[in-house]
Design a protein around this ligand. Structure first.
Ligand SMILES: C[S@@+](CC[C@H](N)C(=O)[O-])C[C@H]1O[C@@H](n2cnc3c(N)ncnc32)[C@H](O)[C@@H]1O
Length: 586
């Protein structure tokens, strides 16, 4: 079978992938779907292997993998893709074929196990960060605790071969067997890893006519029992992420880094810190949410109490870098055992046309408070803002405000929502009552959004009788503003006798002692300047109470000028200029 673009292997594989995805979609309800996927990928890999003319047979498929018969057309497609991949460098072939595998996996399996393979430019970048952190490829022992299809292990093996001062094949193979280890729950991914590693080493395996022992242990890394000297100089990888329910044993094992909901990748950070040697290096590709989320405060503390953070790269593409991944991602390097608070070197990384562009943003100190959010510039143009924020020692709490989420979860109280006002009924405040320009305008315009709530005698906690700032709880980073808030005034509450605030809003509630009037705080939070400040600490769609309370703020008296402007009804431009002055931005 001939693939489209057969003179360009990467494009040819891409066209093969499109055909394979279409074919496997048709199978989606079929109970034997996984067997079909494995059978197809087996044919791809057999063709890839045989095109490399390796003198040893294809590594044995783990016994848990079961195969089935395929149509001849599908077999021909698999063989054409495998052959095309053999024309690529091993690391690129590994990514292309790995991505083919992940894109035909059922989405539910893929997301439940966090199966998204790392593109080669990011793999190469991480390997060079590890080198910069001082790893010696000729002697270090490496572990990827979620090795997938070998995105890291195959290039690590290449680096080791280049660093070793010997050329004798047997010595090289023995060294690699003793110094490179992968774990993964996915036996098929582990088999792919072994193939790419062995292809990398064909120059050494062929002359001695033996294959490399398996480098991958098929296991749940979070439960694996490693005792004694089973520690590593470098732990590297792109761990799975997503909320998980933990068994009691796993929760107990990782309790020190947990707070509330567990996210898989945070457990892998903890695991890496447990498995790395003193002075060893941990280099992980993760979402950015651990930098600021409340649920991650204990893992932040654990990292800072056990290791020094030496370098962080922020990957600035949301879409397109990873196949189907929408999380904001970062690469970070920690050195275990070196807990001094040295400045962190921060870079912005962009990927275009397979090439990685690196811009150094500068060096930044993390807070001495170990659970605190990490104030680091995700973009180079945030550096001035970060420097200003680092000097600010106040926050909403010290300004006399507290933040809580709107108490009404509408689908748990459906029977109390009404279209018409009834006796004792109260207005429901939905997120759309806050206009993008920062005003409160009561409305219930969206589907299922009823305007009134029948006041339940039994549940007074749902009722708000205090004026406060209402701030939307979900805004994407692509949105013009992340902080969309409006002031719910006393007159409205007086007229209605109270309101019921829905759960998609945060309530920023003043105490009697506050020195910043709510109208002034509302103007401040709605400014572009404070929105830019908030973007420095939050990369997810949620605007949480914790992140709002973590936002560093200046002394309340610095807002005196803004307060006068608000009282005078100044224009948006004048308010913006004053906010920039507060942050000492030009
Ligand atoms: C994001 S992928 C990364 C794979 C590979 N390291 C790469 O960068 O391309 C995460 C991998 O973690 C594996 N995984 C998920 N849960 C795991 C667990 N509890 N123990 C070991 N591996 C796991 C998945 O099968 C998947 O291969």
């Amino acid at each position: 079978m001939k693939l489209l673009f057969d003179n360009d292997p990467a494009k040819a594989i891409e066209s093969g992938r499109t055909m394979a995805v279409a074919w496997f979609k048709k199978l989606s309800e079929d109970a034997g779907q996984i067997q079909h996927i494995h059978s197809f990928m087996f044919r791809v890999m057999a063709a890839y292997w045989s095109a490399h003319h390796l003198q040893v047979s294809l590594p044995a498929v783990p016994s848990v993998i079961k195969f089935c018969d395929l149509d001849s057309g599908v077999i021909a497609l698999a063989e054409a893709v495998g052959k095309a991949a053999a024309q690529l460098e091993v690391i690129d072939a590994g990514y292309q074929l790995g991505t083919l595998y992940t894109s035909i996996l059922p989405p539910a399996i893929r997301s439940a196990n966090g199966i998204f393979y790392t593109p080669p430019p990011l793999t190469r970048r991480m390997l060079s960060m590890v080198k910069d952190a001082g790893a010696d490829y000729a002697s270090a022992k490496f572990l990827d605790p979620a090795c997938g299809g070998g995105a890291f292990l195959a290039p690590i093996v290449m680096e080791i071969v280049a660093a070793l001062p010997v050329t004798d094949p047997e010595t090289i193979l023995t060294h690699i067997e003793a110094h490179v280890q992968g774990f993964d729950t996915d036996a098929f991914g582990g088999w792919l890893t072994q193939i790419f590693v062995e292809t990398t080493l064909k120059e050494y395996t062929c002359p001695v006519g033996r294959r490399l022992k398996s480098l991958v242990k098929i296991c749940d890394s979070l439960s694996v029992d490693l005792t004694g000297d089973a520690r590593f100089d470098v732990i590297i990888g792109n761990p799975p992420y997503g909320k998980v329910k933990l068994t009691d044993t796993v929760r107990e094992r990782f309790s020190e880094g947990l707070y509330g909901h567990a996210n898989l990748y945070s457990l892998f950070i903890h695991l890496s810190l447990n498995l790395v040697k003193t002075n060893g290096i941990v280099a992980l590709l993760t979402p950015t949410s651990f930098l600021s989320g409340e649920y991650f405060k204990n893992i932040r503390q654990l990292i800072r109490s056990r290791a020094a953070v030496s370098e962080v790269d922020f990957v600035s593409h949301r879409k397109g870098v990873f196949d189907d991944v929408l999380q904001e991602t970062m690469l970070s390097v920690f050195r275990n055992g070196a807990v001094e608070n040295k400045p962190v070197s921060v870079n912005e990384v962009t990927i275009g046309k397979g090439q990685l562009q690196l811009t150094h943003s500068g060096k930044f100190n993390l807070s001495s408070e170990l659970t605190a959010v990490w104030l680091l510039p995700r973009r180079k143009n945030q550096c001035m803002m970060i420097k200003a924020m680092t000097k600010m020692t106040h926050n909403l709490t010290s300004w006399g405000y507290r933040v809580s989420t709107g108490p009404l979860v509408w689908n748990r109280n459906k029977s109390l929502l009404t279209a018409k006002q009834s006796q004792n009924g109260l207005p429901v405040i939905w997120a759309e009552s806050i206009t993008p320009d920062g005003r409160f305008e009561w409305k219930a315009g969206k589907k299922n959004h009823m305007p009134y709530f029948r006041r339940p005698e039994s549940n007074p906690v749902l009722v708000t009788v205090q004026p406060c700032i209402l701030l939307q709880r979900t805004t994407a980073k692509e949105q013009h503003k992340r902080l969309i808030c409006g002031y719910l005034p006393a007159e409205f509450i007086k007229r209605t006798g109270g309101v019921v605030v829905e759960n998609h809003l945060n309530m920023i509630i003043p105490s009697a002692a506050t020195q910043v009037a709510p109208e002034v705080l509302n103007a401040f939070l709605n400014s572009k300047t404070v929105n830019d400040a908030f973007r420095c600490i939050s990369g997810s769609v949620a605007v949480s109470a914790f992140e709002l309370e973590s936002l560093p703020l200046p002394k309340a008296s610095k807002l005196n000028g803004l307060s006068m402007l608000v009282q005078q009804g100044a224009s948006g431009d004048e308010i913006e200029r004053e906010c920039r002055r507060i942050y000492r931005l030009k």
